[in-house]
Ligand binder design. Structure first.
Ligand code: ADP
Ligand code: MG
Length: 400
């Protein structure tokens, strides 16, 4: 894979595919980790006199402009971080983009509006995607792939566009791949994996590969209830992926056969209602044993016994990979499980990798020092698919 040092960027229009998909509360960025992570690449290109055209997706708009998913706040924040003005185009490939890019001088930066405001970006139709990639290619001379959080997507700006322009990987992608590669090679043991979060079906696949690699797998978050249900327990109205129960049972069986320790919550915080994340009004959850969830309630965090158990399972770790919050950490009543796991990572001497947009944001929002972790990945799905051993379209395109 070429790096940006291999490109002659002075005076050239350089398209940087970044991942500025940051969490927003209205137009306020609640965690700017992803913007800070790609800023060094942009700053380097600026210092070398490139005309930098940054592009990203934000959220999941439906292929048409939608002001709730505008990247305008990210342009402001990126400008603050770089210490220079970042011009903002109000479209991606239209008049505003064209004139904004044409107005760039050497060492100047522009951000285009959300790539996903265009149906071609995520289209499953190769021709439609390619046509959009060609429109993007017209805006630049060179391509730098640095949106690690999106490299598992076969999208126009990630997969098709690098094929149309001389290209290289940015520093963020190089770092991310370097760390994840380490996790697939020789790791310091015990290798403990903690999985949680809400995207259960996206995350079950990684267990398949991790069963061959990890020594212990701890399950929390919304994932846990599919496992508890598979073990025959009532899970009430908790997040559940009923169709995945056979898969989960197979994992439990294989773990037992191969000696991988599989650890499930022993107690959980439950409530009849999902908490109000806006007002953060007290949720008054009840604490129940993991095999005693009332039929009309849902599990929203791991309980204190589980926190202690997971901390103990992490204490002697040599390597930890953690993806997915242990509960609905956005509400203070359900943040303690996630806090306990973050603290346990810091208390261990392990090489710790945190992956996942929400997991990374949780660590920072809950007040932990991000520099105290071995590595905080900007990519959730991307890091999981890498560890699954899959070919990532955005990385494959940069190799070519
Ligand atoms: P990541 O972005 O780190 O990969 P996910 O996107 O899979 O993580 O999941 C993060 C979300 O999971 C958070 O918004 C959190 O509120 C939610 N979550 C965690 N535990 C539960 C639970 N028990 N029930 C519902 N949602 C949960
Ligand atoms: Mg997420």
């Amino acid at each position: 894979m070429k790096t940006i040092e291999d490109l002659d960027v002075a005076g050239k229009r350089v398209f940087v595919r970044a991942d500025l998909n940051v969490p927003l509360d209205g137009t306020t960025i609640t965690d700017d980790g992803r913007i800070r992570a790609v800023a060094p690449t942009i700053a380097k290109l600026v210092a070398r006199g490139a005309r930098v055209v940054v592009a990203s997706h934000l959220g999941r708009p439906k292929g048409a402009p939608d002001p709730t998913f505008s990247l305008a706040p990210a342009a402001v924040r990126l400008g603050e971080i770089l210490g220079k003005n970042v011009a903002f185009a109000t479209d991606t490939v239209g008049e505003s983009a064209e004139s904004t890019v044409a107005a760039l001088g050497d060492g100047e930066v522009a951000l285009l509006e959300n790539l996903r405001f265009n149906a071609g970006e995520t289209s499953k139709d190769d021709a439609e995607r390619k046509a959009f990639a060609e429109q993007l290619a017209a805006l630049a001379d060179l391509y730098v792939g640095d949106g690690f959080g999106a490299v598992h997507r076969k999208h126009a700006s990630v997969y098709d566009l690098p094929g149309l322009l001389p290209h290289a990987a940015g520093d963020l992608i190089a770092t991310e791949v370097g760390v994840l590669k380490k996790l697939t090679e020789e790791v310091a043991r015990p290798y403990v994996v903690v999985l949680g979060g809400a995207k259960v079906s996206d995350k079950l696949g990684v267990i398949d590969n991790l069963l061959k690699k990890a020594d212990r797998i701890l399950i929390g978050g919304g994932m846990a209830y599919t496992f508890l249900k598979a073990k025959g327990h009532e899970v009430g109205i908790s997040l559940l992926q009923e169709d995945q129960i056979p898969v989960v049972l197979d994992y439990l069986k294989r773990a037992e056969a191969t000696g991988v320790e599989f650890v499930l919550p022993v107690d959980v915080l439950v409530s009849a209602e999902f908490p109000d994340l806006k007002t953060k009004a007290p949720a008054n959850p009840s604490l129940v044993a993991a095999d005693a969830i009332p039929a009309d309630q849902e599990g929203l965090d791991i309980g204190p016994k589980t926190r202690e158990l997971y901390a103990a399972k992490l204490a002697d770790a040599g390597t930890v990979f953690w993806n997915g919050p242990m509960g609905v950490f956005e509400h203070p009543d359900y943040a303690n499980g996630t806090k306990a796991v973050a603290q346990a990572l810091l208390d261990s001497d392990a090489f710790t990798v945190v992956g996942g947009g929400d997991s990374a944001a949780a660590v920072r929002i809950l007040g932990f020092d991000e520099n105290a972790f071995g590595h905080i990945s900007t990519g959730g799905g991307a890091s999981l698919e890498y560890l699954e051993g899959k070919t990532l379209p955005g990385l494959a395109a940069l190799e070519g």
